[in-house]
Design a protein around this ligand. Structure first.
Ligand code: GRF
Length: 198
C-alpha cells in the first residue's frame, strides 16, 4: 500500500509514524514547514505544492483557487501511485475533486472527539465549552469538514484544571502519536478495510 502523509506544520505525528516504522512513500505539504524537513532527514520523498501560488493568503476566505490547488495535489498523488492519503496536521480543506478521486481513502486526525468541536479551533473550543474530557479522532475525511461518518479510532484525554490550549493540545498529541500509527498499521495489515482500496 503506497501511503502519502500530508503536513503543514510541526509534523510531530509524521515523526511518530516514522519512529513506529509506518512505511511512507511520500510527504506532501502546502508550504515549507518542519514536517518537510523531518521527511528529508529520513530520506522520504517530499513535494511542496504551495497554496500561495493559487492565490491563498491568510484572511482571503474563498477568494483563492482551492479547486486548482486540489487538482494539482490530487494529480501529483495519482501520478506517484499513492493509494492512501493520511492528513497529519494538514491545514488546507480540499475541494471535492479530491474525494471524487480518493474517496474513502483520505484519512485525517482531528484533535477532539468528533462529532464534538469540528473545525480549526477544536482545542480552544473544548476549553471554552468547559468539558472535562476531549481527545482525538482518526476518521475518513470527506467533502464535509471533520465528517464523523467513518471513525477509525478515538482516544479520550482529560481536561485538567489550569490547562490552556498549548498544554491540552500537547497532551492530545501524545495520544495521537500512538493512535494514528496504530490505525495506519491496521490498514496496512488489512485488519481495517477502507472502502475504495483494493
Ligand atoms: C494534530 O493535533 C492533529 O490532530 C491536527 O493537527 C495536529 C498536528 O500536529 N489536525 P503536528 O503538526 O503533527 O505536530
Amino acid at each position: 500500500m503506497k501511503l502519502a502523509v500530508l503536513v503543514s506544520g510541526k509534523g510531530s505525528l509524521l515523526e511518530a509514524m516514522i519512529e513506529q516504522n509506518i512505511p511512507i512513500a511520500l510527504v506532501l505539504a502546502d508550504k515549507q514547514c518542519r514536517g518537510v524537513a523531518i521527511a528529508v532527514e529520513h530520506s522520504i520523498p517530499t513535494k511542496v505544492i504551495d497554496r500561495r501560488q493559487f492565490g491563498y493568503q491568510k484572511g482571503v476566505g474563498e477568494a483563492w483557487d482551492r479547486r486548482g490547488f486540489t487538482v494539482a495535489v490530487t494529480d501529483f498523488l495519482d501520478e506517484s501511485g499513492i493509494e492512501v492519503v493520511a492528513m497529519a496536521g494538514f491545514m488546507t480543506v480540499f475541494d471535492q475533486v479530491m474525494f471524487e478521486r480518493y474517496g474513502g481513502r483520505v484519512l485525517n486526525s482531528h484533535p477532539a472527539l468528533l462529532p464534538q468541536f469540528k473545525g480549526a479551533t477544536a482545542v480552544a473550543d473544548a476549553l471554552a465549552a468547559g468539558v472535562t474530557e476531549t481527545g482525538s479522532t482518526i476518521h475518513v475525511a470527506t467533502e464535509i469538514l471533520d465528517d464523523e461518518t467513518t471513525i477509525l479510532g478515538q482516544v479520550k484525554v482529560p481536561v485538567l484544571p489550569g490547562d490552556d490550549v498549548d498544554t491540552l493540545w500537547e497532551r492530545i498529541k501524545v495520544e495521537e502519536r500512538q493512535l494514528y500509527p496504530q490505525v495506519l498499521r491496521q490498514i496496512l495489515d488489512g485488519s481495517t478495510k477502507l472502502n475504495g482500496l483494493n
